[in-house]
Write a protein that binds this ligand. Structure first.
Ligand code: HPA
Ligand code: ZN
Length: 348
């Protein structure tokens, strides 16, 4: 471990994991829609759902791979029609994030999921943005938006999406790439990412969730991304591992997502502890918390319980999350000081 951490009794670890300030850098706002809110919005908007009840919907959350999840995730998002719907969804997530001591979150949203159904781009962005600003003022959490392109759609569609969002350029800090990975390599989006780079947007992409290490190379070298979302398949490529360590490229890992989408068969076998030990800049995130069984603290506590990691790993993961964020260096230093204080308090 890079930092020395005061000795902390093992029985205090679960409380420390929850109490420590952290950033969340990989979560999809549409994946925070709880079944109860899906049903409430369906009623409010007169949308018919193919499920009879909250329980029936929750029972359908038995996934075999990424695509089996995405089919249900896009169906759930169909209840979002008005600016207030996007606002309510984001405020519900931000409440949960505050409760988990998330001091900063960078939230993915998928505009194409909504514009393809006839919802206006401004409706989506304004609802989410207003929720972020209100949560910042009322609850003190820092929150920004990352516009994510759906990789199963064409690059032309991504380019049109970008153009439609540009009048609201000041309301999002970057772009990402998500949805069905296999068969949709990063290279497909080379031109749109080049344009985003010119515009000064931050760049990230999902790569190496189900896809091969070649997709991580492609995201780095062809798209020029600053972080890799997931990236857990990097372990299959020793040369890639060396590069990720040398350049300290952040991997936004999502343990419960990997478990629920059968990327790993058991949390105890998750490779995050090995990636961390090898010197990669990894951290823990929730991905789609309403679908995968928990928000970010649940990801921390379940992974630590399954793998036996301790306080030194907890510190490094939280610190990585803060350092890998797109916040200012001055802001990051403040949060790291808060993190140090939290650990000092537990050492007493
Ligand atoms: N992978 C790809 N696309 C997604 C995910 C994910 O884990 N969650 C929401 N969209
Ligand atoms: Zn994701």
């Amino acid at each position: 471990m890079k930092h020395s951490v005061p000795p902390i009794a093992a029985e205090h670890l679960p409380v420390l994991l929850c109490a420590m300030p952290k950033a969340e850098l990989h979560m999809h706002i549409e994946g925070s829609l709880e079944p109860e809110l899906i049903f409430a919005l369906a009623e409010r908007n007169n949308v018919q759902l193919p499920y009879a009840s909250v329980e029936a919907l929750r029972a359908a959350y038995a996934f075999t791979d990424l695509q089996s999840f995405l089919d249900i995730y896009y169906a759930g998002a169909s209840v979002l029609l008005h600016e207030q719907d996007f606002y309510d969804m984001a405020r519900a997530y931000l409440d949960r994030a505050v409760a988990d001591n998330v001091v900063h979150t960078e939230i993915f949203f998928d505009p194409q999921t909504h514009t393809e159904r006839g919802v206006a781009m401004e409706t989506v962005i304004n609802g989410l943005y207003r929720a972020c600003r209100d949560a910042e003022i009322e609850q003190g959490i820092s929150a920004s938006l990352i516009l994510s392109f759906l990789r199963h759609l064409s690059e032309d569609s991504a380019m049109q999406t970008l153009e439609a969002a540009l009048p609201l350029r000041d309301r999002f800090i970057g772009v990402g790439l998500d949805s069905s990975e296999l068969g949709n390599p990063p290279e497909k989006f080379a031109r749109v990412f080049a344009r985003c780079k010119q515009l000064g947007l931050h760049l990230v992409a999902h790569a190496g969730e189900e896809g091969p290490p070649a997709y991580i190379w492609g995201a780095l070298d062809v798209l020029g991304v600053e972080r890799i979302d997931h990236g857990v398949q990097s372990e299959k490529d020793a040369q890639l591992m060396q590069r990720l360590v040398k350049e300290q490229i952040p991997l936004t890992v999502c343990p419960l997502s990997n478990l629920k989408l059968c990327v790993v068969s058991d949390l105890a076998d998750h490779n995050l502890p090995r990636l961390l030990k090898a010197g990669l800049k990894v951290m823990i995130n929730s991905d789609d918390p309403a679908y995968f069984g928990g928000y970010v603290n649940e990801n921390y506590t379940q992974l630590f319980a399954a793998t036996g990691m301790g306080a030194a790993e907890a510190y490094q993961l939280a610190r990585n999350s803060l350092e890998a964020s797109f916040a200012s260096e001055a802001q990051k230093a403040q949060w790291i000081a808060q993190l140090d204080q939290t650990f000092a308090g537990f050492a007493a």
